[in-house]
Design a protein. Sequence first.
Length: 218
Amino acid sequence: MFEWITSPEAWIALATLMALEIVLGIDNIIFISVLVGRLPEHQRNKARKIGITLAMISRLLLLFSLAWVMKLVDPLFSVLDNDISGRDLILILGGLFLLMKSTHEIHGSFEIKDVSTTMLATSSFASILVQIAVLDLIFSLDSVITAVGLVEHLSIMVIAIVSSVIVMLIAANPIGEFVDRNPTIKMLALSFLILIAFTLIAEGFDVHIPKGYVYFAM
């Protein structure tokens, strides 16, 4: 299982994959930070940790279901001469969900709702975790497919994913608190999520947008 440990190429692959997984995790952190900002302050840290833990679990579950993940690239049907696979369908639906959610958050930022803090806490904590879990699955799919395409050893993939999640756990609080303190940054983060949503939808229709352009725009 760890026969690669004496191979310099394997260590380079591990370092590269860890860097990629951390970059791909930025989307998760921003989305989680925006969502948990709607919770009372004493619940935000807990929600962030649970959300990022869900991200790690969904990545590992997909990783240990490689046979199923690989089948997702097989075409299911065609739309305008464009083959749509299971992966494409997940990316399109995930992109639409993210687009809808980001737009709703932007709209909600300009509205004052007559809702008590207690009502907000009891009615939204579970629903926010569900929303985080759904988007974690979408982001995890891209993350796992990247891992499978880059390295051969399952143990390297697991180490890279767990390491990236540890970095996400460390970075989530500072990023989340910074977003909370700066409403303008929150709006920019939501705009970035809309950009990510369109990127997911485009990739679902086999239009590849280099990630470098997306992160440069951010």
